[in-house]
Write a protein that binds this ligand. Structure first.
Ligand code: SF4
Ligand code: SF4
Length: 124
């Protein structure tokens, strides 16, 4: 297992917030909006929850990868540890790091929906 000492605070170099899971084509198109922003990516975790990830380091992270306010760090940080963190366990089902990554996914999705619609029309 990689320790916090070894990884030098990788989890403190970005933040991730849950976003609404897309449920229709308009929602899926809106995911592009996140990806058009610098330092932003979108990922889906193993439970199917969608997240926006922003590559901005916490201002409390020192140059040696240590927390400057370790004793007073937020509960969110206290609850996160090396036993099940992103460098030691697979947390992401899929990670859209670029618009191109998402294009591939989105085009496949549209094509799948189109095929499904055509099959339905043929049956009626
Ligand atoms: S919790 Fe995981 S990602 Fe965060 S500093 Fe420790 S080993 Fe690195
Ligand atoms: S407060 Fe400390 S532990 Fe929490 S993200 Fe910032 S540097 Fe990391």
């Amino acid at each position: 297992m990689i320790t916090c000492e070894e990884c030098k605070g990788f989890c403190c170099t970005h933040l991730a917030v849950p976003i609404d899971k897309p449920v229709n084509l308009e929602d899926y198109k809106n995911i592009y909006w996140y990806l058009y922003h610098d330092k932003c990516s979108v990922y889906v975790d193993l439970e199917g929850i969608w997240y926006l990830q922003v590559e901005v380091p916490c201002v409390q992270l020192d140059k040696d990868g240590k927390c400057k306010i370790y004793q007073k760090r937020p509960p969110l940080c206290k609850d996160y540890g090396p036993h099940d963190c992103e460098v030691n366990e697979e947390e992401m089902l899929i990670h859209f790091k670029t618009v191109e990554d998402y294009d591939t996914y989105f085009n496949a999705l549209v094509s799948k929906k189109r095929t499904k619609k055509q099959k339905k029309q043929r049956r009626n």
